[in-house]
Write a protein that binds this ligand. Structure first.
Ligand code: 13P
Length: 251
């Protein structure tokens, strides 16, 4: 995958079947700009119907999570093969809510990344520091640890299946956004880390999304930064009008 502009809506635990169908119905009526890849991540229960409804459209349906094992006695979990069987080829891994509420640390996340890559899926790998880390100016170190622990074991070839999403936890659902300068500073640092651990070509090719209170009013400025390739959108992705305003925010 070469560097591309991406806007992905993470619907989290919102929207039942009929709400999912209604929102997708609205989105399908919109004109998606050709230079932007648009993704939506509905709940597991709605993935199949969502995939079925956007088959012919320029919207990709992605999953919010998956289990690392291929199958077996893991009550309540969903495997890569199950996602693929309903048409889902991309999965969000390492979201801060998974890290925080479901104890997903680097070991589990690296296994999940491996499982996704072994199944030829694309991974949207999320990471980002908490408020305390930011206040104590430890944010670069935290991001470095999260990337080193969950992702930097993959091969050079596998980077073509990776999208990164920097989501500072203090900006998620809080209305508090990282300033465009803070986002650029971190995204630039992330490319430096990749360059040091792999090479410059990989660092320049990977798409790095920003997530955390992206809204129609701030998307343009954030997406205007040179190392920001788009956004992972929570709350504002639940309204067609707001989501499309963000999709259309690229220069
Ligand atoms: P908000 O856009 O609601 O802050 O959520 C961001 C997020 O967590 C996307 O994954």
């Amino acid at each position: 995958m070469t560097r591309q502009k991406i806007v992905a809506g993470n619907w989290k635990m919102n929207n039942d079947l009929s709400e999912t169908e209604a929102l997708l119905g609205d989105l399908k009526n919109q004109v998606i700009p050709e230079n932007v890849t648009v993704m939506v991540a509905p709940a597991f229960t709605n993935l199949y119907s969502a995939f079925d409804s956007v088959r012919e459209d320029a919207i990709e349906v992605v999953a919010q999570n998956m289990h690392q094992a291929s199958n077996g006695a893991f009550t309540g979990e969903v495997s890569a093969a199950m996602l693929l069987s309903v048409g889902v080829k991309t999965v969000i891994l390492g979201h801060s809510e998974r890290r925080q509420y479901f104890n997903e640390g680097s070991k589990i996340l690296s296994e999940k990344v491996n499982a996704a890559l072994e199944n030829n899926m694309t991974v949207i790998f999320c990471f980002g520091e908490g408020l305390e880390d930011r206040k104590s100016e430890n944010h670069f170190e935290i991001v470095k640890q999260q990337l080193a622990g969950g992702l930097f074991h993959i091969s050079e070839e596998n980077w073509s299946s990776i999208v990164l999403a920097y989501e500072p936890v203090w900006a998620i659902g809080t209305g508090e956004t990282a300033s465009p300068e803070q986002a650029q500073e971190m995204h630039g640092y992330i490319r430096t880390l990749i360059s040091e651990n792999y090479n410059n070509t990989i660092a320049e090719r990977v798409s790095i999304l920003y997530g955390g209170s992206v809204k129609p009013g701030n998307a343009k400025e954030i997406f205007g930064k040179k190392d920001v390739d788009g956004g992972l959108i929570g709350g504002a992705a639940l309204k067609c009008e707001d989501f499309m305003a963000i999709v259309n925010a690229f220069e």
